[in-house]
Every structure is written in C-alpha cells, then in structure tokens.
Write a protein that binds this ligand. Structure first.
Ligand SMILES: C[S@@+](CC[C@H](N)C(=O)[O-])C[C@H]1O[C@@H](n2cnc3c(N)ncnc32)[C@H](O)[C@@H]1O
Length: 249
C-alpha cells in the first residue's frame, strides 16, 4: 500500500513524505476487518477496538495500523474535511449509486459523495480514521458505512459499485478487484503520486513502489473508457489522476 502526496500541501505534504519514506507495516498489513451492521461474513469490528481487530487479522502488532491511528489521533482532520478537488470538479461524470472509498481515511471524500446522494462504503485499517469519518458524516447530516479492514483482505463484490474512489492510496494487489467491482457504466476515480515525485524536492526519499509509473493507470484500466487522464508535475507535486468508465457491454 502506499499513499500519494498528490493534492496535499504543507503539513500534509510533510506527513505523506514521512509516510512514504518509511518502511511501514501499514503498507502490507495482513489485517482483516468488518462491515458494520451487515450480514457479510466478516464480523463488525468498527466499534470494538484494536484487540478485536488483531483477533480477526491474526496480526502481530501492526506498525502500519498504529502509525495511522497515531497520526489521526487529534481532533483536527489531518487531511481536511474538504473533498479532493479532482473528485469535486468531476462529479458530473459519476453515475449516482453505490460508492466504495478505498483507504477512506477521515472521510472527506466519502462524506462528500454521501451528501450528493450516493450510498457510500469506506474501507480503512485505522479505526481512529473510521471514527472521525463517522463523526464527519454525522456533523454533515449523512450516513456512511465504515469498514475496518486491510483493503487487501476486503472482498470487493463484483459488478456492484457506481464509483470506486482510490485517492491518495496505492495497493496494486487490489487493482483487478477495482475493475471487477464496478458495475457496467461505473467509474473509478483514481488519484495518486507518480514516480516523477522522486525528482521533486519533497520526494527524494519516497519509495518507488508506492508511486504510479508513467502511464500505469492507462494500462491498468485498458478497455475502460478514459474520461479524464492527467499526469502533472508542477515541481512540488507529481500526480496522476484518472476517471475511467467500465464499458456498458
Ligand atoms: C493518505 S491517507 C488517504 C485518505 C483518503 N483517501 C484521503 O484522500 O483523504 C491513506 C489511508 O489509507 C489507509 N490505509 C493504509 N494502508 C491500508 C490498508 N492496507 N488497508 C486499508 N487502509 C489502509 C490509512 O489508514 C489512511 O487512512
């Protein structure tokens, strides 16, 4: 797993750079998780704390989960309450329906979609993040479904989602499931830092495996209709952004 610095500045940039430069278990946890209030085979762990998470996952102490929980353990929203500007500015091409937010964090994007009428599920391994996401949803008068899980262990059901968000997060193991998880006509909204970031002042120590290679999203979503395709580097942030639609037939 990795997380992009794309779209974040200042403190956020520093935090991401720190994260990306570390060899964190967060990137490869083996955790399981749960779905609140559902009949899914995985049990709800969202409100029951770290002990149960570890029981479900079978993990040793999780460096990555601990890292994120620690980072999020502040009343402030580390990545803000506002959605990704990329997501916000392309809402018009996203068909209404079920949404899945991969590596949801504190819920800024999930809550945005919920306010627009989507039925939103968000997956994250940090229960602190999920708690904050639920709080943000409550504060803004909407509901979201939070799922405490390592995304690599979360079974994305095929042909379900109108939109899957993958924003500032990268785990290549789940890319095929993202393709499958979209319903026909559904779109993936992808945003993550690219390897060009290694050439930028803030990116020298980043780990390449957490960064998208040039053109990688086009290869991953080959056969989809590419609605938006950007790879930019302004000298501070090198980011790839894509919205791609699963074919109707
Ligand atoms: C940089 S943050 C991005 C959060 C959110 N997408 C946003 O843009 O605000 C990355 C998120 O991925 C989560 N994460 C990291 N590894 C994960 C994994 N293996 N499974 C699920 N979530 C993970 C972290 O807890 C963190 O909330």
């Amino acid at each position: 797993m990795a997380c992009s610095i794309g779209g974040f500045i200042g403190l956020r940039l520093g935090l991401f750079a720190l994260f990306l430069s570390l060899s964190l278990g967060a990137c490869h946890p083996r955790g399981g998780g749960g779905v609140a209030g559902s009949t899914d085979p995985i049990q709800d762990t969202g409100d029951q704390g770290e002990g149960l998470y570890q029981e479900v996952s079978g993990d040793e102490p999780e460096v990555g989960k601990g890292y994120w929980d620690n980072l999020y353990s502040t009343d402030q929203y580390v990545f803000g309450r506002d959605p990704s500007s990329f997501l916000r500015s392309h809402l018009d091409v996203i068909p209404l329906g079920r949404a899945l937010d991969i590596g949801m964090g504190e819920g800024r994007n999930a809550v945005f979609l919920a306010k627009k009428g989507f039925e939103v599920e968000g997956v994250d391994l940090s229960e602190v993040a999920l708690g904050k996401a639920n709080r943000l949803a409550r504060d803004q008068g909407v509901r979201i479904r939070t799922i405490l899980s390592d995304v690599a262990r979360f079974p994305i059901r095929p042909d379900v989602y109108s939109v899957i968000l993958n924003i500032n997060f990268l785990d290549r193991r789940i890319l095929p499931s993202i393709r499958k998880g979209l319903r026909r006509g559904g779109v993936v909204v992808f945003e993550n830092a690219t390897t060009d970031q290694l050439r930028n002042p803030g990116g020298k120590d980043l780990r390449r495996e957490y960064l998208l290679e040039p053109g990688e999203l086009r290869r991953v979503f080959a056969g989809f209709e590419i609605l938006v395709d950007q790879e930019v580097n302004d000298g501070k942030e090198a980011v790839a952004r894509m919205i791609a639609r699963k074919p109707l037939n």
